[in-house]
Unconditional design. Structure first.
Length: 275
């Protein structure tokens, strides 16, 4: 669709609604508050239309599913889950989106993702979401191989170190601050906040900053070859990982099958006593 056609369609919609949806400013064109509200509802309506289409395709043996996962699940859970799912639904189309929970949950809310796997962060759960716990994720304080603090046993020995945190994940600044507060220590300097898991791994491996990772990730060769766990006894607490979906919106048959495959594959990685 050409730009003039888009402009004409928007003007027609504004005329029909008798409301201004877009406003031109010195910074360019931006949505008005009514425009942003309309867009949210339009996305939900479009997602519901796609779900109705998916329901028909389900009955015909085809269809699609879209879900989101964090970096840990993308590396350790998705391959086995997809193999399990494809064995039962070889004709289905699957779309996988990687990201931290704050980026994925709005897409679950508007229906562009059927569900997302991620950590249950501190605070009350938004009423827009249903959450199903899958397992508890243990954490590890980590550093590059050969780091001078690599043999520390307590957080007190690490209080003067610089830390890197995963912004928007279950291992963000708050988890480190809470661990130091529980040990009656001042909050350390968290000098780098990173939204990229790959960048975080590279920075820890090639500098003296410390970080916190899922302990399970340390078993993967891509990480274990360059990063070690610091064996502190008072590190950040474990957190719960599970599936987020829209409240009051049952998953389609294919989405439910994919969610089951993700859940089973994730739990195979976790000893039964830690679920």
């Amino acid at each position: 669709m050409t730009q003039p056609a888009v402009t004409k369609a928007i003007h027609a919609l504004e005329t029909e609604l008798q409301a201004e949806l877009l406003r031109r400013t010195r910074h360019g064109v931006e949505a008005t508050p009514l425009g942003r509200s309309f867009l949210r509802h339009a996305r939900i309506a479009y997602a519901e239309m796609r779900k109705a289409e998916a329901l028909v395709n389900d009955r015909l043996g085809a269809g699609s599913v879209a879900f989101g996962v964090g970096p840990i699940a993308a590396l350790l859970v998705v391959p086995a889950a997809l193999e399990r799912f494809r064995g039962q639904h070889p004709q289905a189309e699957v779309r996988i989106v990687e990201g931290f929970a704050p980026a994925l949950l709005p897409r679950v809310r508007d229906g562009s993702l059927d569900f997302a796997m991620g950590p249950r962060l501190a605070g009350d759960l938004d009423a827009a979401f249903a959450f199903r716990p899958v397992f508890r994720e243990e954490t590890a304080v980590v550093c590059r191989k050969g780091h001078p603090l690599g043999r520390a046993r307590t957080l007190a020995e690490l209080v003067d170190a610089e830390w890197l945190t995963q912004w928007g994940s279950g291992l963000g600044p708050g988890s480190i601050a809470r661990a130091f507060a529980a040990a009656r220590l001042p909050e350390p300097r968290q000098s780098v906040q990173c939204e990229s898991y790959n960048a975080m791994i590279a920075l820890i491996a090639r500098s003296d900053v410390l970080g916190v990772l899922s302990r399970r990730m340390l078993t993967h060769p891509l990480i274990s070859n360059s990063i070690d766990e610091i064996p502190v006894v008072d590190g950040p607490a474990a957190f719960t990982v599970g599936l987020f979906s829209r409240s009051g919106a049952p998953l389609s048959r294919l989405a439910a099958a994919m969610a089951k495959a993700v859940t089973l594959s994730a739990r195979e990685l976790v000893p039964s006593g830690r679920r």
